[in-house]
Design a protein around this ligand. Sequence first.
Ligand SMILES: *Cc1c(COP(=O)(O)O)cnc(C)c1O
Length: 382
Amino acid sequence: MKVYPFRSWVEVSRQRIADNYRAVRAIVGQDAEVMPVVKADAYRHGSVEVSHVLIQNGARWLAVSNVEEGVVLRQAGISARILVMADFLPAERPALLEYDLTPAIHSLPDVAELNRLAQVTQRPLRYHLKVDTGMGRLGTRASVPEIVQTIVSSAHVTCEGLMTHFASSADYSNPQTDEQISCFQRTAEGLRACGVKPAFVHLSSTNPVAYGRAQAWLNQGATPMVRPGHAIYGYVSPARGDHAPKRVLDVRPALAWRAAILAIKDMPEGERIGYGGIFRTVRPTRIGVLAAGYADGLPHRLSNKGRVIAGGKWAPILGAVSMDLTTVDLTQSPELRVGDAVTIIGAEGECTQDAQQLARVAGTISYSVLCGISARVKRVYV
Ligand SMILES: *Cc1c(COP(=O)(O)O)cnc(C)c1O
């Protein structure tokens, strides 16, 4: 393991990002457009760097959550198309035009409003209309005639895409995804029958791709698009349900997370460790104090439960995870010294731990663990 002069850092593998992107491509085929999701700073892998890698590997579209994330990419010189998915505030509308960002529109009045803006500024604008097919969050629930009426009367803006988002795409014990696909197809067909033919349609994030649910990206009478996020970073949620298909997508985690050992001390039996004294040594124990805590994103819920990898062996977290520090049991790794590092996510020796395993112990999800890695943790690209 290479040790960097940081308290805590993540190593992001450009090759893994590229391989994962290509793995998605291989599943959906060359006729489909893959729009990797780089929101939330690319799930904390670094949106600018990750976007460059994806573009080098053929990505023509990127998706972010908000205008600010899109502006960051534009200011870094990225010229690929950028879809802003999670809505925007009225005050952010001019920035959409200024930075050539493509909004996902969730309500018909917004289409009319953008149309006015495009007319006034004489700048054409393309948007993707999101329909709520059962997610019950963002997306219009308007009828086909209402949508057609709005699109047809908004001549200064172009409905370039039709999209929806699934609520339960890894849950095969639940008909919700099939219901959402049917609902989407009815809407798409209804629009097509009225002459509204967006160039792109997209429904799928990682899970439908990973489990080969091809009706979620084929058969929509336009260029199919998929919006993988998790998969790009090497993760797929486990499928639920007795009839869950096998995963067809092979991706591997792109990020490893390390923390330096700040201090080591030998404690006798019966000593309390850290806040609240919630751990008491039951034998002489070699304690390592790590330079990472919950302010770095290590879930507090790992207190007395989680483990890291130290010198290629498991090192249990002892006591409470504190804001800046975490105490672990280094008794099994007597060779480690102050200034060496341990692995929170990644592989060392025979041990590996990914964000999903960490999340399970912490009672959360891998997305939350990745996004929780804070800005204080340095990033290196390998
Ligand atoms: C975050 C997001 C995605 C990507 O989801 P993953 O599960 O990470 O692949 C796709 N579409 C929308 C609308 C999203 O918000």
